[in-house]
Structure formats: C-alpha cells, structure tokens
Design a binder for this molecule. Structure first.
Ligand code: SAM
Length: 240
C-alpha cells in the first residue's frame, strides 16, 4: 500500500511537479484576506493540533507545507512562539503567507518563510522545538524521507504534531495525487514511519467527522475526502 502512484504520473518527480503546479495555481488566486478566511474555516481542525503543542512561548516552531499559513498563523493567534518557520515549495503560497505575517497582530513573532522540499529540508539539525504540519504529508512521495527529516531537525524532546488524511479499507484505489488521495497512507503505515524515524507516539485524535462536516458545509472544498471514505487524524509525537 506504500507509495501509491497517481495513474497520470510516471514517477516521484512528476508527482512533485504536478503537485507544485496545482498549489501554485491555487495559491495564486489567494490574497491575505482569502488566507485569513481559510484559516478561520479550518480552525476546527487546526485547534486540536495546536492544543497538543502549546504553550509556544520562547519556542522555534516549524510548519511543514505551510501554504498560506492556515495552521501557522492560527497557532500564532493562540500562543505566540519566538519564531515561526514555514517551509513550502510553492512561491505563490509563501508570497501570501508573507502578506499575512505583516498583519499587526503577528508583529511579535519572527516569521521566516523558506522555499524548500519537505523531503530535503533546508534547516539545520536539532533546530526545532516544535514541528507541526496540516494536510500535507500525504502529498509527499517519499514518506520515509520526510519522517527522517523531521527527526533530523527536531531537538531531543521536541513535540511533533501532524494532522492528515488517511487511506481506509473502505476507500477506492484511484484518485489524483493533488487531491490528497493518491499519496495517502494508512494509520498503521504512518505509525511505522514515525517509529522508524525515532518519534514516540504520545496520542492521536480522530477528526474525521469534523472534516466531513467542513466538506459537507462547503467550508473546505475537498469532496474527494468523502468520496474516497478517508479518515482524518492528528498525531502527537515526541522526538526521542
Ligand atoms: C493541502 S496544502 C496545506 C497547506 C496548509 N498546511 C493548510 O493546512 O492550509 C499542502 C501544501 O503542501 C505543499 N507541498 C506539497 N508537497 C510539498 C513538498 N514536497 N515540499 C514542500 N511543500 C510541499 C503545497 O505547496 C501546499 O502548500
């Protein structure tokens, strides 16, 4: 069940290229007002994740697959870290995130935005107190690489909170990579990657019904989540 390929793609490079093109197009049509609206709409899934890693004061937090920052800026609304580092490979996404970071309510946090691939993070070893990520890991072709990178950048004892869509036995096999279907793994596969990378799983929470409600009420444009009978969970982990 590992490394499910999008039928339209011939390899990881094509998956990444088409994923980047899809998000570049999506984020190009957003501005900081649209990003704030998305952040508000997705707060019901961001808040349970953030509660697993707060308080953030004095900490260096890294958001993997920041997009326009619906998780990172929500975290900063709830508990201000010393530094928020957002990594994404979409330039239009990071451009919108930069505009949001200039809002006066975020002025006390140093926001660093880095263009980079999550399989090869442009961050130094043992530099993060907290690593967070929302709805992104399923898009990464090499899951082992991203877990290994999380482990490399996290300090010993760092908290790692990741929420994502998961493949279930009730789902269909087809689906595009960009819609988070082709790359989704099972909860068991996710747990195995985490443990192999030296992450201790402290707990998890099932947010499937919350995501279904967001999709049904059109607050999250992701009909594939329901069509493919996916689960959505948030994992709380600690770097050993
Ligand atoms: C579904 S969006 C989630 C954005 C944000 N976390 C949120 O919840 O609003 C996934 C993000 O991951 C980014 N992404 C996907 N694959 C990536 C990769 N290999 N390296 C860096 N960023 C990637 C995309 O550009 C996109 O911004």
């Amino acid at each position: 069940m590992e490394n499910h390929k999008c039928p339209a793609c011939s390899g990881d490079r094509d998956i990444k290229r088409s994923t980047m093109a899809a998000y570049d197009a999506q984020w190009s049509s957003h501005d900081d007002a649209a990003a704030s609206e998305r952040r508000k709409r997705l707060a019901p899934i961001a808040d349970p994740l953030i509660s697993m890693v707060t308080p953030l004061s004095g900490k260096v937090v890294v958001d993997l697959g920041m997009g326009t920052g619906s998780l990172a800026f929500r975290a900063m609304e709830l508990s201000q870290p010393a530094r928020m580092v957002g990594v994404d490979f979409s330039t239009p996404g990071l451009r919108v995130a930069r505009a949001v970071s200039r809002h006066s309510k975020f002025k006390d946090t140093d926001v660093e935005l880095i263009k980079g691939d999550l399989e090869k993070l442009p961050l130094t070893r043992r530099s993060a107190d907290v690593v967070i990520s929302q709805a992104t890991i399923n898009l990464i072709p090499d899951k082992a690489a991203v877990f290994s990178e999380i482990s490399r950048i996290a300090k010993s004892g760092a908290r790692v909170a990741i929420s994502d869509a998961f493949r279930t036995s009730r789902g269909r096999e087809d689906g595009s990579w960009e819609q988070c279907i082709g790359g989704a793994i099972t909860v068991t596969e996710f747990s195995t990657h985490a443990l192999n990378a030296g992450l201790i799983i402290l707990g998890q929470s099932d947010l499937t019904q919350t995501v279904r409600q967001l999709v049904s009420s059109k607050r999250w444009d992701w009909p594939e989540f329901i069509e493919h009978n996916m689960d959505y969970r948030v994992f709380m982990m600690m770097r050993s």
